[in-house]
Design a protein around this ligand. Structure first.
Ligand code: ZN
Ligand code: ZN
Ligand code: ZN
Length: 187
């Protein structure tokens, strides 16, 4: 059996100084998303209340993503935070409507769930044409002459807010709004 020593990989919250486990993405005390989350290729989040989204920990996220990639209609959460919770939490996935919900089978409570990932073209929308002098608003680099494959915009933005796919993917994993106009990205 593989034993991972998470104690050696703990991280300290930059906001409240609480020490979190390696597999946590959000701080267990203040729920602020760890800045390291920006480098994860995908992130699953759940909604405890209408104003807040909290990322699942890395192990739960990996379990959900595997089920998502396999096209499964649901998955019982047994990893990470859920490993001692007796398999009471089921995530339902409607792949057509992209409606995701977590159900607590004991309390029948339903929470909304969402996914943000570098490959999601419904949020990171490919761009077909831009002005020659356009630059990425995050890294301030011009979009090089290798075509537009890497250039995206966000659904709520007016034309002109263009970004490299990875630059904006990293930004919205931490804060789901356009860094230029601050419009919220709903997904
Ligand atoms: Zn914290
Ligand atoms: Zn960029
Ligand atoms: Zn914008």
């Amino acid at each position: 059996m593989n034993v991972v020593n998470y104690a050696s990989l703990n991280w300290t919250c930059e906001h409240c100084t609480w020490v979190n486990k390696d597999f946590d993405i959000a701080c267990t005390m203040c729920y602020i998303t760890h800045s390291g989350a920006r480098n994860l290729p995908f992130q699953w989040e759940w909604q405890p209340n209408p104003d807040q989204w909290i990322p699942y920990d890395k192990l739960s996220s990996a379990q959900i993503e595997a089920a998502y990639q396999a096209g499964l209609p649901n998955v019982t959460l047994t990893a990470g935070y859920f490993r001692f919770l007796g398999g009471r939490h089921i995530l339902h996935m409607d792949h057509l409507t992209r409606k995701f919900e977590q159900e607590n089978t004991s309390t029948r409570k339903i929470r909304s769930v969402r996914r943000i990932a570098d490959d999601d073209n419904s949020i990171l929308m490919p761009v077909t044409s831009i002005d020659a002098e356009s630059i990425c608003a995050i890294c301030i680099e011009p979009f090089a002459g290798d075509g537009l494959t890497d250039v995206v915009r966000l659904p709520p933005c007016a034309p002109g807010h263009y970004f490299h796919r990875l630059c904006i993917a990293q930004a919205i994993k931490l804060r789901d709004r356009c860094p230029l106009c601050a419009k919220s990205v709903v997904y």
